[in-house]
Design a protein around this ligand. Structure first.
Ligand code: ADP
Ligand code: MG
Length: 143
């Protein structure tokens, strides 16, 4: 499924719609360049989960945790040296914690994902125009 957005708020809203449908244990892999809108989309996912905290990029920490009925674990793999490092910080444990994992820079960790991972590619088409491609819905009813 392909969606086009014309400003940041619209991308946040698409994330929110997805966030409402996610389940404990859901993993969302985001792909796309710097400035594509991955963090904006993740902010929406948090809203959809009912999390009030403002989501910002976890670039310097790899993962930020946001508590909630269903907690959000927000990963940014940009600074990861290699895929092993992800498993060293406890990727498998996070997956077992009944939260939602959203991953920025998924390009870095292809081995982290399974067939039920929701795969989303965000592409910058212009200053404010973005294409959001839901490549794998992970078995969820996403429309
Ligand atoms: P990423 O996490 O992919 O690096 P961010 O979400 O941090 O990207 O930043 C996206 C930037 O692009 C923000 O400055 C935002 O205001 C801008 N922007 C412009 N149009 C859009 C859009 N349609 N969707 C998302 N962000 C947009
Ligand atoms: Mg980001």
């Amino acid at each position: 499924m392909k969606i086009f957005t014309d400003n940041e708020q619209e991308t946040v809203y698409e994330g929110k719609k997805l966030g409402r449908k996610l389940m404990p244990g859901s993993v969302v892999a985001l792909f796309g360049d710097l400035g594509a809108g991955k963090t904006a989309f993740t902010r929406g996912v948090a809203e959809g989960l009912g999390i009030k905290a403002i989501v910002s990029s976890p670039t310097f920490t790899i993962v930020n945790e946001y508590p909630g009925d269903v907690p959000l674990f927000h990963f940014d793999m940009y600074r990861l040296e290699n895929e092993d490092e992800l498993f060293d910080i406890g990727w498998d444990d996070y997956r077992d914690r009944d939260g939602v994992c959203v991953v920025e820079w998924s390009e870095k960790v292809p081995g982290a994902f399974t067939s039920d991972t929701i795969i989303i590619r965000i592409e910058k088409l212009g200053d404010d125009k973005r294409e959001i491609l839901i490549e794998n819905s992970g078995g969820l009813e996403i429309c």
